[in-house]
Ligand binder design. Sequence first.
Ligand SMILES: NC(=O)c1ccc[n+]([C@@H]2O[C@H](COP(=O)([O-])OP(=O)(O)OC[C@H]3O[C@@H](n4cnc5c(N)ncnc54)[C@H](OP(=O)(O)O)[C@@H]3O)[C@@H](O)[C@H]2O)c1
Length: 326
Amino acid sequence: MYAITIPEPGGPEALVWTEVPDPVPGEGEVLVEVVSSAVNRADLLQRQGFYTPPPGSSPYPGLECAGRITALGPGVGGWSVGDEVCALLVGGGYAEKVAVPAGQLLPVPKGVDLAKAAALPEVTCTVWSNVFMIAHLSPGETFLVHGGSSGIGTMAIQLAKAVGAKVAVTAGTKEKLDFCADLGADILINYREQDFVEEIRENTVGGGADVILDNMGAKYLNRNVDALAVNGRLAIIGMQGGIQGELNIAALLGKRGAITATTLRARPLAEKAAVVAAVREHVWPLIEGGHVRPIVDQELPMSEAAQGHRVLEESGHIGKVLLTRA
Ligand SMILES: NC(=O)c1ccc[n+]([C@@H]2O[C@H](COP(=O)([O-])OP(=O)(O)OC[C@H]3O[C@@H](n4cnc5c(N)ncnc54)[C@H](OP(=O)(O)O)[C@@H]3O)[C@@H](O)[C@H]2O)c1
């Protein structure tokens, strides 16, 4: 088969579409013929040599895919050859074929085009596990998501609105904030022109957000604590603003606040399967009922993955960038 390989870490040109050996599904895995994958920020880090795939996983980038099952490994039940699926991956999505643990498979939701289903696994699993399973966002609470027009942000807005939360977003342009408003966001904050802490305090009854989903890490650590309501929960999922910050513990104590930080990729198989099962139970009905949809900025040929990486680096996109096979 062909896959995007990274012979030497570097810029987008480091991604090379090359012939490689086919993957073989192991115990509990299926083989998926990939129709599409999607670009994630973590892929950019992997390309630069800063995010080594976990031991035993595919060396190729790609944390999600959509496609058809073409073979079942030993011990797989509940799935058949020919099933149309999307999947959360630990790597290997930028390829014609990928072996996937059966616990990380999801059926393509009714009403969603097969290729576009690759836009769903990472954002639904990340948002559901952090915002709902860990931070327990509840109806009537206020939710702030940074980078509201991102792949993660566009899914977070829709899911939070679907459960009846008030949603605040940050984004860098008016066009992106307008898109967030169309998805249902209530409080729109241009992070280049406004102070999100002040805006959240002024626009919420309790003077803060009950749950914050953060992509920035160090840069926003103390300001996120300042923007929390009493009993607020800060869920950190990204480090776009640096990895090391100094926390004002007194401010966190005063909020009786909680900070969590997780990454999906490194979690054990059983934990990932539990997240995927929860997403299938809670998120899939919202998609099939028309309340939540994949937001796709553009689709590029998989062999042109380098261009997909440039798009994310320039941050001109809204939602997900897909890589499709002809
Ligand atoms: N931990 C996990 O398991 C996990 C899983 C998936 C994703 N993630 C993380 O989640 C984040 C979003 O991922 P994605 O794939 O959706 O990325 P993406 O589409 O590339 O979005 C990145 C976002 O960052 C925003 N941003 C940049 N500077 C900002 C600032 N100063 N304040 C607020 N927002 C700012 C950008 O907003 P503008 O374009 O408006 O500037 C953009 O919306 C990334 O950090 C990614 O690594 C984590």
